[in-house]
Every structure is written in structure tokens, then in C-alpha cells.
Design a protein around this ligand. Structure first.
Ligand code: NCD
Length: 355
């Protein structure tokens, strides 16, 4: 059985095949209308969501399947103290596949180790969000018809924005991609993404605080919201919250074939005037997310009987993860495990924080 916890759980070829399936679903929706007849998806959302939960549910309904689940952890047994592992075991008795969102990094991984059905990570803390990445890739490919050689700018909260981490990981598999990281100093990309993904793959990149200076170079601009809920200090959030606003004056400096993406929700970072610009693709991205989730559900259900790939690597059990946003902080008897990265450093298996 296979799950999707982070983008590297899919090979580059598998991502390509999912993109092709989504294109086919868009062209021939009727062909897929009963593909999941008799199947159920459980959407377990321990954190607020509009798009992602409804998108998974719409995806399953459009495949002829059914949905069950909850939209706030407060309504589930986790509010009584149930572990993610137990919730995953219980839900495996009711559904055929799980889509789970949770505020702690590593939560979906723990669920996948305990469920007897495939688990899709619909966002684990500030860690990763692979199905948003599938939607992002779909939108880029439908407009640019390629990934190789693109200059992609990421602007906003690159520290806590999980969609940014996953998309950079996915882009690292293509050649000639240039990454431009635009953020305040306090919200720069985590070092594990920089070391393990950007540097390890020899990707060209640079960091800047100025959107105006670089917007003219970009083929894709990926805007993100400042992730209020992940800040330890309200004062720091207030200081940084309006760091970047994309408006028509800035759009005038950009290429005529730029595409602007945003995982949504937006909180002021894109002026509504930009919505009418043909380069604004963020609402189309929402639609593409549903098609990519349809393609993914089909794939994981079809491969239910496949062996999960072996987890390789060198591990240490003597280190302790002190990241408050990691699932080891709350999950009953979960061992602290650190895996050696390509840069020789050990990182927590669940949240990727350094030793
Ligand atoms: C994103 C998320 O939840 O990480 N939203 C989404 O799934 N489309 C982005 C965000 O919350 O800012």
C-alpha cells in the first residue's frame, strides 16, 4: 500500500503520469464519473481549511465515491486526547483512503504507519503539503508546457509556508530551474529545504527582500500569506504581515507571460485589481487541485495492494527533537528518530528539524 506524505513519495515519472491523468479528466470528465463507485474517502481535518477539504470531497464525489470525516479536530476524539495513530487505525475500519490535515509536522507520516488504508497528507504543520504542489505543477504545465528552464519566484512567508517547501522539492527534479526567494529575513526558507533540496541538487537560487527588483525576471511568481497561526509572537506577526503586496504597479514590471500563483487563502498579499489580469492563475489553480486530487485518489486506490517502498537511510535514536511543532511532542510513546541527510546532518524523521 502506498501513501503520499511528501512529494518524494512519487517519482518524477509518476508525477508526470498524474499530470496527464488530470489533463484527461479535464477533457473527458464523464469517463471518470463512476471510477470510485462504492469507495469512501475520510477527510480528517484537525486544522481549518476551506479549499483543501472541499477539494478532496468534490474530487471523490466526482469520481462517484462517497465522503465522511470531520472539519475541526475539536469535534473529534483528538480533543479527548486520542493519538493520531489510534485515529488512523479506527478510521481504516470505515473508509478506503484518508486525507488528513493536522497542525503538527509528521502527523500524516505517523497516520500512514498505523492506517491499513492509503493516507494523503493534506498539510502537516509548516512542513509539507504535497497535493497543493500537484495543483501548482498542473497549473504551471498547462500554461508553460514545461518545467525545465523556468525562473520561479517565491514571495512571502517562506519559513512557515508548507506549500513553498513542497513545490521547491518537486521543482528540484527538473533541469535549469532558477529559484528566487523573496522574503523578510525572519521568514527565509528553512535550512533543510535549502541544503537538502536546493543546494544538494545544484539548483541556481538567490535570496532577496525586494520583490520590485526581481519581478521582471520571473516566469512564475508564487505568492504566499504570512502564516499567522505559526508565529510564537503576535508582535512579530504584526510587524511582518504586510511585507509584500502584489499590485498592478508591480505587475507592470513583470513579463507579459508571467503566471501568478497563490495556494490561497490570500490575506492582502495580492490586490484584487490583479485578479482581472490574465496572468493571475490562482483561481484556476483551485480547480486544477481538484483534478489532481482525483488523479491521485485513483492511483492510490488502484495501487492499494502494492508494497510500500522500503525506507532506507541511517538513523539515530539517541537524539531528542525539541521542535514544539513536531508530532513527537504529543504522540503517545512515539520514538524520537533522526535520519542522516545528504549533507551528513541528522534530522528528525517527522519534522526535519536539525539535531
Ligand atoms: C495553504 C495551506 O493550508 O498550507 N492553503 C491551501 O491548502 N490551499 C496555504 C495557506 O494556508 O496559507
Amino acid at each position: 500500500m502506498r501513501s503520499l506524505i511528501n512529494v518524494f513519495d512519487l517519482s518524477k515519472e509518476e508525477v508526470g503520469a498524474l499530470l496527464d491523468t488530470a489533463d484527461d479528466i479535464i477533457a473527458n470528465p464523464a469517463k471518470y464519473a463512476t471510477a470510485c463507485h462504492g469507495k469512501k474517502i475520510a477527510t480528517l481535518f484537525f486544522e481549518p481549511s476551506t479549499r483543501t477539504r472541499l477539494s478532496f470531497e468534490a474530487a471523490m464525489l466526482e469520481l462517484g465515491g462517497q465522503v465522511l470525516g470531520f472539519e475541526a479536530g475539536g469535534n473529534s476524539s483528538s480533543s479527548k486526547g486520542e493519538s493520531v495513530a489510534d485515529t488512523a487505525r479506527v478510521v481504516s475500519c470505515y473508509a478506503d483512503i484518508i486525507a488528513m490535515r493536522h497542525p503538527l509536522a509528521g502527523s500524516a507520516y505517523v497516520a500512514s504507519k498505523n492506517a491499513s488504508i492509503p493516507v494523503i497528507n493534506a498539510g502537516d504543520g509548516s512542513h509539507s503539503h504535497p497535493t497543493q504542489t500537484l495543483a501548482d505543477l498542473c497549473t504551471i504545465r498547462r500554461h508553460k508546457h514545461k518545467f525545465d528552464g523556468l525562473t520561479v519566484g517565491f514571495c512571502g512567508d517562506l519559513k512557515y509556508g508548507r506549500t513553498v517547501h513542497s513545490l521547491i522539492q518537486a521543482l528540484s527534479r527538473y533541469t535549469g530551474i532558477k529559484i528566487v526567494l523573496i522574503s523578510p529575513k525572519e521568514l527565509r526558507l528553512p535550512e533543510y529545504v535549502k541544503n537538502e533540496t536546493i543546494k544538494a541538487n545544484g539548483m541556481e537560487y538567490y535570496e532577496t527582500e525586494s520583490m520590485t527588483e526581481v519581478i521582471g525576471e520571473l516566469d512564475v511568481l508564487y505568492m504566499t500569506r504570512i502564516q499567522h497561526e505559526r508565529f510564537a509572537s503576535e508582535e512579530e506577526y504584526l510587524r511582518l504581515k504586510d511585507s509584500y503586496v502584489l499590485d498592478m504597479a508591480k505587475m507592470e514590471l513583470a513579463k507579459s507571460d508571467l503566471i501568478v500563483l497563490h495556494p490561497l487563502p490570500r490575506v492582502n498579499e495580492i490586490s484584487t485589481a490583479v485578479d482581472k489580469d490574465p496572468r493571475a492563475c490562482y483561481f484556476e489553480q483551485v480547480l486544477n487541485a481538484k483534478y489532481m486530487r482525483m488523479a491521485l485518489i485513483l492511483k492510490l486506490l488502484a495501487e492499494r495492494d502494492c508494497e510500500a517502498p522500503a525506507e532506507e537511510g541511517e538513523y539515530r535514536t539517541d537524539l531528542v527533537c525539541d521542535n514544539k511543532g513536531c508530532i513527537v511532542t504529543t504522540e503517545q510513546e512515539l520514538p524520537h528518530l533522526f535520519r542522516k541527510g545528504v549533507d551528513g546532518k541528522y534530522r528528525c524523521l517527522y519534522c526535519e528539524h536539525r539535531e
